[in-house]
Design a protein around this ligand. Structure first.
Ligand SMILES: C[S@@+](CC[C@H](N)C(=O)[O-])C[C@H]1O[C@@H](n2cnc3c(N)ncnc32)[C@H](O)[C@@H]1O
Length: 291
């Protein structure tokens, strides 16, 4: 790959997906794009770039998709899901008692382990949410991961990563080497393709937003812009969950961290909803301790 091919790809990826590649990531581009070039019957990246420049839109979309990192697993980092069960759901169940509706957005949902972990937490809340309208919207840039997520079929390796054995037994059916998530949990999650660089205000307002392990790939102005647009879609007493290596500190002041709730943020413009131990409901406390 020539330096100008690399510069072309860097610029294109930044514009299309927000991916901010430093000057020394040629090896990453080669490891992801050489196999793609071969599958397209092209000898290598220079020929791939020539074809992209000639207006091969489908190939360009494949390049953007191939450069996304889709690493994910069930109940990733554990703590955000403990917060969800122990603090966020109990507090929101009280706060939304009149409306009896909860909307959750999983903003970079990859192959589904994250939105389905959320769905299992909601299901475990049992009768506390009976009769409620609960929506989990899972969005991702990549159509490939969304298709896999919709199918809800996971390998032995995937179900061994983070998923408690009781949940595996309760919500999955084994089919040879694969595990299929049951239809009820799959049906709790709606999937949509969405690029975080583009307008997403049409999704409406949410009570909880999970936007985890995606903003780390973007530069500071892009992160700030996305935080600002996300803040407009979060209810004043809503909660934003970020990945373990992510924070709003030094990037934006539209969110502030929840004290003593690592990874959780609330809109700066409103007082944070109380997420104290006093709001724990016995049933969700039991769910939390099952992990
Ligand atoms: C590392 S995965 C994180 C998955 C999950 N949130 C988690 O924490 O386990 C990052 C996901 O972000 C998606 N992604 C990358 N750029 C995006 C963009 N501009 N808009 C929406 N999704 C994007 C990728 O396709 C990938 O599935």
């Amino acid at each position: 790959m020539t330096p100008s091919d690399y510069e072309y790809l860097r610029k294109l990826l930044k514009e299309r997906s927000g991916l901010d590649l430093s000057a020394d990531k040629q090896y990453l581009v080669e490891s992801r794009l050489v196999p793609l070039a071969r599958r397209a019957s092209l000898p290598g990246i220079p020929e791939l770039v020539v074809k992209m420049k000639s207006g091969a839109d489908a190939l360009t979309a494949d390049v953007v998709e191939a450069m996304t990192t889709n690493e994910t697993f069930f109940f990733r980092d554990k703590i955000p899901f403990d917060h969800l069960k122990e603090a966020i759901l109990p507090a929101l169940i009280q706060a939304r008692a009149a409306r009896r509706a909860l909307r959750i957005w999983c903003a970079a949902s990859s192959t589904g382990q994250e939105p389905y972990s959320i769905a299992m937490c909601l299901k475990e809340a049992g009768h506390l949410l009976a009769g409620w309208r609960t929506e989990i919207i899972a969005t991702d840039l990549s159509l490939g991961v969304l298709e896999k997520s919709k199918a809800g079929i996971f390998s032995q390796f995937e179900v061994q990563r983070g998923l408690p054995i009781q949940m595996l037994v309760k919500y999955f059916t084994q089919n040879g080497e694969l595990w299929q998530l049951n239809a009820e949990i799959r049906g709790m999650v709606q999937h949509r393709q969405l690029n975080l660089l583009q307008d997403f205000s049409h999704l409406g307002m949410f009570d909880i937003i999970f936007c985890r392990n995606v903003l780390i790939y973007f530069d500071q102005p892009t992160k700030a812009n996305i935080f600002e647009r996300i803040a407009r879609m979060l209810e004043p007493d809503g909660v934003l969950a970020l990945g373990a290596a992510e924070s709003v500190v030094g990037i934006t002041n539209v969110f502030k961290p929840y004290p003593e709730r690592r990874g959780l943020y609330c809109p700066n413009s409103a007082p944070a909803m109380r997420l104290g131990a006093s709001s724990l409901m016995p049933q969700l406390r039991t769910v939390a301790s099952a992990h």
